[in-house]
Design a protein around this ligand. Structure first.
Ligand SMILES: [Zn+2]
Ligand SMILES: [Zn+2]
Length: 237
């Protein structure tokens, strides 16, 4: 262990002693600040994908190599750190309230990005929020994740090319992939096509549900001349 890492751990322990944090899942104390809102044992219970997981090659859903539901989605392939459950779910919810990622989540994101198909990527883009929502929340949670991924892969973060032009609509209950896709179709626009033309884009978001949002972004990016669009999310529903 190097000196910086050692002093980080000591620092962590001191802060935790001064301000004890309670695990939002089990109520025990979180011994190390780097775990964020959940304790180490709740993190151990959380489903994080590994190379041994059987997943759909394109959309990353657990199961057979071709799930048969994702052909309509425009991106090249999508992967997530793990399932939207337990500590990952709580971390994603916390990220909507506070623009900060705990160290453990950062490490998981970078590990997933390095392990997956993203080595071809040349540019990181976050799924944008509509301006109105950005003003209410004060930050875009996808940008916080994208900053970590861009830093971890030493890639430029593009915060200007892709914008959300229509307000997010509430999905009607029971909508399938196609229904959701129709709802967000045309919601995104590339305003600087010169910056994405010929690039392999790594699109980043917090949660992957049906993939409709990522697909709508990918459509806009590909139309603007991007070569490929891979998607990385913190969690998948
Ligand atoms: Zn716990
Ligand atoms: Zn699939």
């Amino acid at each position: 262990m190097n000196l910086t890492r050692a002093s980080e751990i000591i620092c962590d322990a001191v802060v935790t002693l001064a301000y004890p944090q309670i695990c939002v899942i089990c109520g025990r104390s979180v011994e190390q600040r780097r775990f964020g809102v959940a304790c180490e044992s709740c993190w151990k219970e959380t489903r994080i994908f590994t190379d041994d997981d059987e997943i759909c090659w394109k959309c990353g859903s657990p199961g057979p190599p071709a799930c048969g539901r994702c052909e309509v989605l425009a991106f090249t392939a999508a992967r997530a750190v793990g399932m939207y459950k337990e500590a990952l779910r709580e971390s994603a919810l916390m990220l909507k309230r506070r623009p900060h990622l705990p160290r453990h989540v950062e490490d998981l994101l970078v590990a997933a990005a390095l392990r997956e198909l993203f080595s071809v990527s040349t540019r990181v883009v976050a799924v944008p929020l509509h301006l109105k929502r950005l003003q209410t929340r004060g930050f875009n949670q996808a940008t916080i994740i994208a900053e970590t991924v861009a830093k971890g892969l030493a890639l430029p973060l593009d915060e200007v090319s892709l914008v959300r032009v229509s307000s997010p609509q509430k999905y009607r209950a029971g909508l399938d992939v196609k229904g959701r896709r129709d709802t967000v179709a045309g919601a995104f626009e590339v305003v600087h096509p010169r910056l994405v033309a010929g690039e392999d884009i790594l699109l980043v978001d917090d949660v992957f549900t049906t993939g409709a949002t990522a697909s709508a972004c990918a459509e806009a990016l590909l139309e603007a001349g991007a070569k490929s669009v891979f998607v990385l999310t913190l969690a998948r529903a």
